[in-house]
Design a protein around this ligand. Sequence first.
Ligand code: XIL
Length: 369
Amino acid sequence: MAACAGAMAWPLLLPEPAGAATCAPAEPASCSLRSVADLAKLRIGSTITSSRLGDPAYAGLLSEQFSSLTPENDLKWYSVQPAPGEWHFEAADADLAFAEAHGMALKGHNLIWDQDAYTPAWVRALGPSGLRSAVDEEIRTVVGRYRGRIPRWDVVNEPLANLGTARSDSVFERELGKGWMVRAFVAAHEADPAAELWLNEYGTDWVPGKTAALVRLVRGLREQGAPIYGVGLELHRPTDRGPRSDDVVAALSRFARLGLRTAITELDVPIAPGDPAGPRRQAKAYGRVVQACLEQPRCREVTVWGLDDGHSWLDHLGLFPTPTRPLLFDADLQPKPAFAVVRACIARAALLRAGAPAAPLSCASLPRP
Ligand code: XIL
Protein backbone atom coordinates (compact mmCIF):
# COMPACT_ATOMS: atom_id res chain seq x y z
CA MET A 1 0.00 0.00 0.00
CA ALA A 2 1.66 3.18 -1.17
CA ALA A 3 0.60 5.23 1.83
CA CYS A 4 2.35 2.82 4.16
CA ALA A 5 5.57 2.54 2.21
CA GLY A 6 7.49 4.24 4.99
CA ALA A 7 5.98 2.12 7.75
CA MET A 8 8.42 0.35 10.02
CA ALA A 9 9.18 -3.21 9.14
CA TRP A 10 9.70 -5.97 11.67
CA PRO A 11 12.05 -6.37 13.40
CA LEU A 12 12.28 -3.02 15.09
CA LEU A 13 15.79 -2.22 16.11
CA LEU A 14 15.54 -2.78 19.81
CA PRO A 15 18.40 -2.98 22.28
CA GLU A 16 19.32 -6.48 23.36
CA PRO A 17 16.77 -7.46 26.01
CA ALA A 18 17.91 -8.42 29.48
CA GLY A 19 18.35 -12.16 29.81
CA ALA A 20 18.64 -12.79 26.07
CA ALA A 21 22.23 -13.91 26.37
CA THR A 22 21.37 -16.74 28.75
CA CYS A 23 18.13 -17.84 27.11
CA ALA A 24 18.26 -21.34 25.65
CA PRO A 25 14.84 -22.04 24.14
CA ALA A 26 15.34 -25.79 24.50
CA GLU A 27 15.10 -25.01 28.21
CA PRO A 28 12.32 -22.44 28.40
CA ALA A 29 12.84 -21.98 32.13
CA SER A 30 16.15 -20.26 31.29
CA CYS A 31 14.29 -17.59 29.34
CA SER A 32 12.10 -14.62 30.02
CA LEU A 33 9.00 -14.35 27.88
CA ARG A 34 10.49 -11.47 25.95
CA SER A 35 13.78 -13.21 25.25
CA VAL A 36 12.08 -16.26 23.71
CA ALA A 37 9.65 -13.99 21.92
CA ASP A 38 12.54 -12.07 20.38
CA LEU A 39 14.01 -15.33 19.11
CA ALA A 40 10.62 -16.32 17.68
CA LYS A 41 10.19 -12.84 16.12
CA LEU A 42 6.99 -12.27 18.04
CA ARG A 43 6.18 -9.20 20.07
CA ILE A 44 4.87 -10.12 23.47
CA GLY A 45 2.98 -7.33 25.16
CA SER A 46 1.25 -6.15 28.28
CA THR A 47 -0.70 -3.04 29.11
CA ILE A 48 1.08 -0.30 31.02
CA THR A 49 -0.44 2.06 33.57
CA SER A 50 1.69 5.05 34.57
CA SER A 51 0.18 5.14 38.05
CA ARG A 52 1.92 1.84 38.88
CA LEU A 53 5.37 2.71 37.57
CA GLY A 54 6.52 3.81 41.01
CA ASP A 55 6.19 0.19 42.19
CA PRO A 56 9.55 -1.48 41.50
CA ALA A 57 8.01 -4.97 41.46
CA TYR A 58 5.52 -3.94 38.78
CA ALA A 59 8.08 -2.04 36.73
CA GLY A 60 10.68 -4.80 37.05
CA LEU A 61 8.37 -7.59 35.94
CA LEU A 62 7.00 -5.58 33.05
CA SER A 63 10.41 -4.77 31.60
CA GLU A 64 11.80 -8.24 32.28
CA GLN A 65 9.02 -10.18 30.58
CA PHE A 66 7.53 -8.03 27.81
CA SER A 67 8.80 -6.43 24.62
CA SER A 68 5.73 -4.37 23.79
CA LEU A 69 3.52 -2.08 25.83
CA THR A 70 0.04 -0.68 25.29
CA PRO A 71 -1.07 2.10 27.61
CA GLU A 72 -4.26 0.74 29.15
CA ASN A 73 -5.90 4.19 29.40
CA ASP A 74 -3.22 6.89 29.39
CA LEU A 75 -3.49 7.80 25.70
CA LYS A 76 -7.26 7.65 25.32
CA TRP A 77 -9.08 10.83 24.38
CA TYR A 78 -10.70 11.07 27.82
CA SER A 79 -7.21 10.96 29.38
CA VAL A 80 -5.28 13.30 27.11
CA GLN A 81 -7.98 15.92 26.51
CA PRO A 82 -10.66 15.58 29.20
CA ALA A 83 -11.92 19.12 28.49
CA PRO A 84 -11.62 21.20 25.34
CA GLY A 85 -8.06 22.38 24.85
CA GLU A 86 -6.96 20.95 28.22
CA TRP A 87 -4.20 18.55 27.32
CA HIS A 88 -2.67 16.08 29.77
CA PHE A 89 0.29 14.15 28.48
CA GLU A 90 2.12 13.47 31.75
CA ALA A 91 0.85 9.90 32.08
CA ALA A 92 1.46 8.94 28.45
CA ASP A 93 4.88 10.61 28.53
CA ALA A 94 5.79 8.48 31.56
CA ASP A 95 4.65 5.29 29.82
CA LEU A 96 6.69 6.13 26.75
CA ALA A 97 9.78 7.09 28.73
CA PHE A 98 9.58 3.73 30.49
CA ALA A 99 9.21 1.88 27.20
CA GLU A 100 12.15 3.70 25.68
CA ALA A 101 14.34 3.17 28.74
CA HIS A 102 13.75 -0.57 28.50
CA GLY A 103 13.91 -1.04 24.73
CA MET A 104 10.22 -1.82 24.39
CA ALA A 105 7.94 -0.78 21.52
CA LEU A 106 4.86 1.14 22.63
CA LYS A 107 1.54 1.03 20.83
CA GLY A 108 -0.58 4.18 20.76
CA HIS A 109 -4.01 3.09 21.97
CA ASN A 110 -6.25 4.69 20.87
CA LEU A 111 -7.06 7.80 18.88
CA ILE A 112 -10.79 7.42 18.24
CA TRP A 113 -12.77 4.90 20.29
CA ASP A 114 -15.93 4.47 18.28
CA GLN A 115 -18.20 3.84 21.28
CA ASP A 116 -20.13 6.71 22.88
CA ALA A 117 -19.59 5.39 26.39
CA TYR A 118 -15.88 6.16 26.09
CA THR A 119 -16.08 9.46 24.21
CA PRO A 120 -15.86 12.54 26.45
CA ALA A 121 -19.25 14.24 26.94
CA TRP A 122 -17.88 17.54 25.64
CA VAL A 123 -16.88 15.84 22.37
CA ARG A 124 -20.32 14.26 21.98
CA ALA A 125 -21.95 17.67 22.44
CA LEU A 126 -19.99 19.53 19.74
CA GLY A 127 -22.28 19.03 16.75
CA PRO A 128 -21.07 17.91 13.30
CA SER A 129 -18.75 20.70 12.32
CA GLY A 130 -17.14 21.09 15.76
CA LEU A 131 -16.82 17.33 16.00
CA ARG A 132 -15.01 17.09 12.68
CA SER A 133 -12.48 19.73 13.75
CA ALA A 134 -12.05 18.12 17.17
CA VAL A 135 -11.31 14.71 15.63
CA ASP A 136 -8.74 16.25 13.30
CA GLU A 137 -7.15 18.19 16.14
CA GLU A 138 -7.04 15.22 18.51
CA ILE A 139 -5.29 13.06 15.92
CA ARG A 140 -2.92 15.78 14.74
CA THR A 141 -1.94 16.79 18.25
CA VAL A 142 -1.46 13.35 19.77
CA VAL A 143 0.24 11.63 16.84
CA GLY A 144 2.25 14.76 16.11
CA ARG A 145 3.53 14.98 19.68
CA TYR A 146 4.93 11.45 19.53
CA ARG A 147 5.98 11.45 15.88
CA GLY A 148 8.97 9.17 15.40
CA ARG A 149 8.64 7.79 18.95
CA ILE A 150 5.38 5.82 18.90
CA PRO A 151 5.66 3.53 15.88
CA ARG A 152 2.09 2.11 15.90
CA TRP A 153 -1.33 3.57 16.52
CA ASP A 154 -4.80 2.18 16.96
CA VAL A 155 -6.46 4.88 14.91
CA VAL A 156 -10.01 3.56 15.21
CA ASN A 157 -11.01 1.33 18.08
CA GLU A 158 -14.13 -0.86 17.94
CA PRO A 159 -15.83 0.46 14.80
CA LEU A 160 -18.51 -2.23 14.97
CA ALA A 161 -21.30 -2.59 17.52
CA ASN A 162 -20.01 -4.61 20.47
CA LEU A 163 -22.45 -7.50 20.16
CA GLY A 164 -23.38 -7.18 16.50
CA THR A 165 -22.12 -6.71 12.99
CA ALA A 166 -23.43 -3.21 12.19
CA ARG A 167 -21.25 -0.13 12.47
CA SER A 168 -21.24 1.27 15.99
CA ASP A 169 -24.09 3.59 16.83
CA SER A 170 -21.69 6.36 17.82
CA VAL A 171 -21.63 10.12 17.62
CA PHE A 172 -18.98 9.80 14.91
CA GLU A 173 -21.24 7.62 12.76
CA ARG A 174 -24.33 9.71 13.39
CA GLU A 175 -22.78 13.10 12.81
CA LEU A 176 -19.76 12.76 10.54
CA GLY A 177 -21.08 10.53 7.77
CA LYS A 178 -19.49 7.43 6.33
CA GLY A 179 -16.16 8.95 5.27
CA TRP A 180 -14.97 9.84 8.75
CA MET A 181 -12.85 6.74 9.33
CA VAL A 182 -10.91 7.20 6.10
CA ARG A 183 -10.32 10.81 7.07
CA ALA A 184 -9.07 9.72 10.52
CA PHE A 185 -6.54 7.30 9.01
CA VAL A 186 -5.35 9.90 6.52
CA ALA A 187 -4.95 12.49 9.29
CA ALA A 188 -2.89 10.05 11.39
CA HIS A 189 -0.74 9.23 8.39
CA GLU A 190 -0.11 12.90 7.71
CA ALA A 191 0.85 13.47 11.34
CA ASP A 192 3.42 10.64 11.24
CA PRO A 193 3.94 9.08 7.81
CA ALA A 194 6.23 6.37 9.20
CA ALA A 195 3.77 5.05 11.80
CA GLU A 196 1.89 1.79 11.35
CA LEU A 197 -1.83 2.50 11.48
CA TRP A 198 -4.09 -0.13 12.97
CA LEU A 199 -7.76 -0.77 13.45
CA ASN A 200 -8.70 -2.67 16.59
CA GLU A 201 -11.87 -4.70 17.19
CA TYR A 202 -13.63 -6.73 19.85
CA GLY A 203 -15.63 -9.94 19.52
CA THR A 204 -14.45 -11.23 16.14
CA ASP A 205 -13.79 -14.56 17.85
CA TRP A 206 -17.29 -15.13 19.16
CA VAL A 207 -19.95 -12.72 17.91
CA PRO A 208 -21.59 -14.44 14.91
CA GLY A 209 -20.70 -12.81 11.60
CA LYS A 210 -18.42 -10.21 13.14
CA THR A 211 -15.21 -11.25 11.41
CA ALA A 212 -16.94 -11.13 8.03
CA ALA A 213 -18.41 -7.72 8.84
CA LEU A 214 -14.99 -6.42 9.83
CA VAL A 215 -13.41 -7.80 6.67
CA ARG A 216 -16.05 -5.93 4.62
CA LEU A 217 -15.46 -2.74 6.56
CA VAL A 218 -11.68 -2.85 6.28
CA ARG A 219 -11.74 -3.74 2.61
CA GLY A 220 -14.06 -0.80 1.94
CA LEU A 221 -11.92 1.61 3.94
CA ARG A 222 -8.80 0.62 2.05
CA GLU A 223 -10.56 0.95 -1.28
CA GLN A 224 -11.41 4.50 -0.25
CA GLY A 225 -7.76 5.23 0.51
CA ALA A 226 -7.40 4.59 4.24
CA PRO A 227 -3.74 3.69 4.91
CA ILE A 228 -4.49 0.73 7.18
CA TYR A 229 -1.47 -1.38 8.08
CA GLY A 230 -3.01 -3.94 10.38
CA VAL A 231 -6.01 -5.25 12.24
CA GLY A 232 -5.86 -6.07 15.93
CA LEU A 233 -8.16 -8.63 17.50
CA GLU A 234 -9.01 -8.03 21.14
CA LEU A 235 -10.09 -11.52 22.32
CA HIS A 236 -11.83 -10.76 25.58
CA ARG A 237 -13.98 -13.86 25.20
CA PRO A 238 -16.27 -13.98 28.19
CA THR A 239 -15.75 -17.62 29.19
CA ASP A 240 -13.07 -19.54 31.01
CA ARG A 241 -12.40 -21.64 27.92
CA GLY A 242 -10.99 -18.63 26.12
CA PRO A 243 -11.41 -18.03 22.43
CA ARG A 244 -11.95 -21.02 20.13
CA SER A 245 -8.76 -21.47 18.22
CA ASP A 246 -10.59 -22.22 14.95
CA ASP A 247 -12.23 -18.82 15.14
CA VAL A 248 -8.95 -17.08 15.89
CA VAL A 249 -7.09 -18.90 13.11
CA ALA A 250 -9.88 -18.11 10.66
CA ALA A 251 -9.98 -14.42 11.56
CA LEU A 252 -6.18 -14.06 11.41
CA SER A 253 -6.00 -15.67 8.01
CA ARG A 254 -8.87 -13.63 6.55
CA PHE A 255 -7.06 -10.38 7.34
CA ALA A 256 -3.75 -11.81 6.21
CA ARG A 257 -5.38 -12.57 2.85
CA LEU A 258 -6.21 -8.88 2.57
CA GLY A 259 -2.47 -8.24 2.82
CA LEU A 260 -2.73 -6.83 6.35
CA ARG A 261 -0.65 -7.50 9.43
CA THR A 262 -2.54 -8.85 12.40
CA ALA A 263 -2.08 -8.95 16.15
CA ILE A 264 -3.80 -10.29 19.21
CA THR A 265 -4.12 -7.03 21.07
CA GLU A 266 -6.12 -7.60 24.24
CA LEU A 267 -6.03 -11.14 25.52
CA ASP A 268 -7.46 -12.22 28.86
CA VAL A 269 -9.20 -15.40 29.97
CA PRO A 270 -11.32 -15.14 33.12
CA ILE A 271 -11.75 -18.15 35.38
CA ALA A 272 -14.39 -18.87 37.98
CA PRO A 273 -13.38 -18.07 41.57
CA GLY A 274 -12.41 -21.18 43.46
CA ASP A 275 -12.45 -23.49 40.42
CA PRO A 276 -9.43 -25.76 40.99
CA ALA A 277 -9.30 -26.75 37.31
CA GLY A 278 -9.52 -23.12 36.20
CA PRO A 279 -5.80 -22.28 35.98
CA ARG A 280 -5.04 -25.36 33.85
CA ARG A 281 -7.94 -24.74 31.50
CA GLN A 282 -6.90 -21.13 31.27
CA ALA A 283 -3.32 -22.12 30.47
CA LYS A 284 -4.51 -24.26 27.57
CA ALA A 285 -6.66 -21.43 26.28
CA TYR A 286 -3.69 -19.08 26.31
CA GLY A 287 -1.58 -21.70 24.56
CA ARG A 288 -4.12 -22.12 21.77
CA VAL A 289 -4.27 -18.39 21.09
CA VAL A 290 -0.51 -17.90 21.10
CA GLN A 291 -0.10 -20.89 18.80
CA ALA A 292 -2.66 -19.45 16.38
CA CYS A 293 -0.65 -16.25 16.15
CA LEU A 294 2.70 -18.00 15.83
CA GLU A 295 1.39 -20.14 12.97
CA GLN A 296 0.13 -17.15 10.99
CA PRO A 297 3.15 -15.39 9.48
CA ARG A 298 1.41 -12.03 9.38
CA CYS A 299 0.50 -12.14 13.08
CA ARG A 300 3.18 -10.10 14.83
CA GLU A 301 2.10 -9.65 18.40
CA VAL A 302 0.26 -11.10 21.34
CA THR A 303 -0.62 -8.58 24.02
CA VAL A 304 -2.19 -9.56 27.31
CA TRP A 305 -4.67 -7.06 28.74
CA GLY A 306 -3.00 -6.48 32.07
CA LEU A 307 0.05 -7.70 33.93
CA ASP A 308 -1.40 -9.44 36.97
CA ASP A 309 -4.59 -10.75 38.48
CA GLY A 310 -4.62 -8.02 41.10
CA HIS A 311 -5.34 -5.44 38.43
CA SER A 312 -7.72 -6.58 35.73
CA TRP A 313 -10.43 -4.46 34.16
CA LEU A 314 -12.66 -7.59 34.11
CA ASP A 315 -13.00 -7.36 37.90
CA HIS A 316 -14.69 -3.98 37.48
CA LEU A 317 -17.07 -4.76 34.64
CA GLY A 318 -19.78 -6.30 36.80
CA LEU A 319 -20.12 -9.15 34.30
CA PHE A 320 -18.22 -11.91 36.08
CA PRO A 321 -17.93 -13.30 39.59
CA THR A 322 -14.71 -11.91 40.99
CA PRO A 323 -11.82 -12.29 41.24
CA THR A 324 -11.63 -13.26 37.57
CA ARG A 325 -7.87 -14.03 37.66
CA PRO A 326 -7.54 -13.69 33.88
CA LEU A 327 -3.82 -12.94 33.40
CA LEU A 328 -0.39 -14.59 33.27
CA PHE A 329 0.74 -13.49 36.75
CA ASP A 330 -1.19 -13.79 39.99
CA ALA A 331 -1.93 -10.93 42.34
CA ASP A 332 1.47 -11.48 44.02
CA LEU A 333 3.15 -11.19 40.60
CA GLN A 334 3.98 -14.90 40.58
CA PRO A 335 3.84 -16.73 37.23
CA LYS A 336 0.80 -18.96 36.67
CA PRO A 337 0.47 -22.13 34.58
CA ALA A 338 -0.62 -19.90 31.68
CA PHE A 339 2.75 -18.15 31.83
CA ALA A 340 4.60 -21.47 31.60
CA VAL A 341 2.49 -22.60 28.63
CA VAL A 342 2.95 -19.35 26.74
CA ARG A 343 6.70 -19.33 27.32
CA ALA A 344 7.08 -22.98 26.32
CA CYS A 345 4.96 -22.43 23.22
CA ILE A 346 7.01 -19.45 22.07
CA ALA A 347 10.24 -21.31 22.90
CA ARG A 348 9.19 -24.16 20.63
CA ALA A 349 8.44 -21.69 17.87
CA ALA A 350 11.89 -20.16 18.36
CA LEU A 351 13.51 -23.59 18.01
CA LEU A 352 11.51 -24.40 14.88
CA ARG A 353 12.38 -21.02 13.44
CA ALA A 354 16.07 -21.69 14.04
CA GLY A 355 15.76 -25.04 12.27
CA ALA A 356 16.55 -26.98 15.43
CA PRO A 357 14.81 -30.30 16.00
CA ALA A 358 11.77 -29.57 18.15
CA ALA A 359 8.40 -31.05 18.85
CA PRO A 360 5.72 -29.66 16.56
CA LEU A 361 4.04 -26.55 17.79
CA SER A 362 1.32 -27.86 20.04
CA CYS A 363 0.71 -25.40 22.78
CA ALA A 364 -2.50 -26.50 24.44
CA SER A 365 -0.75 -28.75 26.93
CA LEU A 366 1.11 -27.93 30.09
CA PRO A 367 4.90 -28.18 29.88
CA ARG A 368 6.62 -30.63 32.21
CA PRO A 369 7.87 -28.81 35.29
C1 XIL B 1 -10.46 -0.71 29.25
C2 XIL B 1 -9.52 -0.53 30.42
O1 XIL B 1 -8.91 -1.76 30.71
C3 XIL B 1 -10.28 -0.01 31.62
O2 XIL B 1 -9.39 0.30 32.67
C4 XIL B 1 -11.10 1.22 31.25
O3 XIL B 1 -11.91 1.61 32.32
C5 XIL B 1 -11.96 0.96 30.03
O4 XIL B 1 -11.15 0.48 28.97
N1 XIL B 1 -11.41 -2.64 24.67
C6 XIL B 1 -10.38 -1.75 24.53
C7 XIL B 1 -9.63 -1.31 25.73
O5 XIL B 1 -10.01 -1.40 23.41
O6 XIL B 1 -9.13 0.00 25.61
C8 XIL B 1 -10.47 -1.43 26.97
O7 XIL B 1 -9.70 -1.08 28.12
C9 XIL B 1 -11.04 -2.83 27.09
C10 XIL B 1 -11.93 -3.13 25.91
